[in-house]
Design a protein around this ligand. Structure first.
Ligand code: TRP
Length: 468
């Protein structure tokens, strides 16, 4: 056989394998569903819980820097992940291995894939616990438990929740069960059906809350706080926080977007869809800011209160305002919904990996990983009570997982992904797969991917190691 025919045969076999994979794995039924799923993954605790508190801590110019990070690093990386998934048509580990093989590179690059799956799994184990706090606050708020509370009393109520392992375990378990039930039904059944109603519902609730905050809160002051940049408050550290948050909020560096991309039908523009997802994600974060800060200012609360911002300060606002019980209850329902659609995406890479690598049934994969996740989540739950004194380098189990995943594993996954795409895959293959028609735009993205993004991520690592 000449080189040419063997190449053609190889391509043919590849194409056939791909078609068979598609038939057995299932695809999103439309571009709109992919958009919903990816947006559902991106929008979560990161937007509603984390974005306001890091903005509150980092001051005025933070929002501007964060937007720049989304534009220059987040969107190019998002496009890359979706592209790898769609072209590889497998779980992140399998997709990267297949593309590496096609490019004649070492299949060791698959470490990018499975490390991502592992990272997502670890994030999920504590993400469930925070989502559980939100769930615990739903009945607490609806029942009027926060009526007229002072800052101190609200802090005590949050402290009482953290000190009650049983309540925490029950709530985290409910979130885990809901996630696994949805994921267990598979891509077509579970994810699509739930996302169709979860995402639009979330947007409606969000808008209601912003309108309420605009009428009842200090809207003008919130606008100024969010959008009038105050560069004097900007530090190197806050630039890095903005970059890390851009990763987290767009669900990057964990293979989540790769696995969603692997269910994307051919012919959809990856570039356009990714930009829409990033826009929707940013819109929700800004809406969350617009809903929360008017209430914070109207009640004389502290914007820089830290991770407890919504769980400690918002109930004070909800406890004071008219109809606060209902608005607050709706707010926490919304947070649980947002967390659930993200949790689904955090678990999907490892579930897809288990079913495809070890050929076990989806049900078994869900039950097995559900059990491991539940055990891991107990570690996070006990970090706030029984095990609060067991610390490694001054961090509890929960803090360690959070630190390890957000600061190390996610950027590492992102770095691996951009290096693999920009330096291992052939430019022409990437260009075909990504489908950016304009040559100028493609080159801008390609160069950002090869140089800009890796340099930015390495700067984060250097900063973490205390070298800059
Ligand atoms: N982006 C989600 C949020 O903002 C969290 C999330 C979902 C995530 N999937 C992810 C974070 C994958 C990192 C990687 O809450």
């Amino acid at each position: 056989m000449t080189d040419k025919t063997s190449l053609a045969a190889g391509t043919f076999a590849g194409a056939r394998a791909r078609i068979q994979d598609n038939a057995s794995r299932g695809l999103w039924s439309s571009r709109w569903v992919f958009f919903l799923a990816a947006t559902g993954s991106a929008v979560g605790l990161g937007n509603i819980w984390k974005f306001p508190y890091v903005t509150g801590q980092n001051g005025g110019a933070f929002v501007l820097v964060y937007l720049a990070c989304i534009l220059l690093i987040g969107i190019p990386l998002l496009m890359t992940e979706v592209m790898i998934g769609r072209r590889g048509r497998a779980n992140p580990d399998g997709a990267v291995a297949r593309l590496a093989r096609e490019a004649g590179a070492s299949s060791r690059w698959r470490v990018v894939g499975w490390l991502g799956g592992l990272t997502g799994f670890l994030i999920l184990s504590f993400y469930l616990v925070v989502a559980g706090w939100a769930l615990a606050y739903v009945p607490a708020t609806f029942s009027g438990g926060f009526a007229g509370v002072s800052g101190e009393a609200s802090g005590e109520l949050f402290g009482a929740l953290l000190a009650d392992p049983l309540r925490l375990v029950v709530c985290a378990t409910l979130v885990l069960a809901a996630t696994m039930l949805i994921v267990g039904f598979g891509v077509r059944g579970g994810l699509e059906r739930s996302l169709r109603f979860l995402m639009p519902g979330l947007f409606v609730l969000m808008l209601v809350l912003v309108v309420y905050a605009a009428i009842e809160g200090e809207f003008a002051q919130a606008l100024q706080f969010l959008f009038v940049p105050d560069f004097s408050a900007l530090t190197a550290q806050s630039v890095l926080v903005a970059l890390g948050h851009a990763f987290f909020t767009l669900s990057l560096g964990c293979g989540a977007m790769m696995v969603y991309g692997s269910y994307l039908p051919e012919g959809t523009s990856i570039a356009k869809t990714s930009i829409l997802v990033a826009l929707a994600d940013t819109a929700v974060a800004l809406l969350a800011g617009l809903a929360i800060f008017p209430l914070v200012f109207a009640n004389g609360l502290e914007p820089g209160a830290g991770p407890g911002l919504i769980f400690v300060t918002l109930p004070i606002a909800f406890g004071q305002m008219p109809l606060g019980q209902i608005v607050g209850g709706l707010f926490f329902i919304m947070l649980v919904i947002a967390a659930l659609t993200s949790a689904i995406s955090l678990s999907e890479p490892s579930i897809a990996w288990l079913t495809e690598r070890f050929r076990i049934s989806r049900t078994k994969a869900v039950l097995g990983s559900g059990l491991v996740l539940w055990l891991l989540s107990l570690g996070s739950v006990f970090s706030f009570n029984h095990w609060a004194d067991y610390q490694l380098f001054g961090k509890t189990f929960f803090d360690t997982l959070d630190y390890l995943t957000t600061n190390w594993l996610m950027p590492l996954g992102g770095l691996g992904t951009v290096l693999f795409t920009g330096w291992v895959l052939q430019k022409q293959v990437v260009s075909e797969a990504i489908g950016i028609r304009s040559n100028g735009l493609f080159l801008a993205w390609w160069n950002l991917l090869r140089y800009g993004t890796p340099v930015a991520i390495v700067l984060v690592f250097l900063n973490l190691m205390g070298l800059i």
